[in-house]
Design a protein. Structure first.
Length: 117
């Protein structure tokens, strides 16, 4: 059974930083493509960033480019999202997702990020 547990959310001020972590258990971590999504109240879930299994390719939503960086540590089964220059619009629940072979998706329970103005 694959489980994802996010942590690192909380309250930050505008311009501040937070680092989210996603620990994945079950299966082979290095075989998963990983992504961070977020969902703000009244809005749909949107992809923030993603990384391929080897870590050689990343994707970022236009709204976070230059501010957020994702990375993975295959030795620790952990996926990270470093968030800098935070804005109130970044306030959302952040979810981690693992994808196996382009077919199977596994989601974490989410972690709340709140950015005060």
């Amino acid at each position: 059974q694959v489980q994802l547990v996010e942590s690192g959310g909380g309250l930050a001020q505008t311009g501040g930083s937070l680092r989210l972590s996603c620990v994945v258990s079950g299966g082979t971590f290095s075989s998963y493509a990983l992504a961070w999504f977020r969902q703000a109240p009244g809005r749909g879930r949107e992809r923030v960033a993603s990384i391929n299994p080897s870590g050689s390719t990343t994707f970022y939503g236009d709204f976070v480019k230059g501010r957020f960086t994702c990375s993975r540590d295959n030795a620790k089964n952990t996926y990270y999202l470093q968030m800098n220059s935070l804005k109130p619009d970044d306030t959302a629940i952040y979810y981690c997702k693992a994808n196996y072979l382009g077919r199977y998706d596994y989601w974490g329970q989410g972690t709340q990020v709140t950015v005060s103005s």
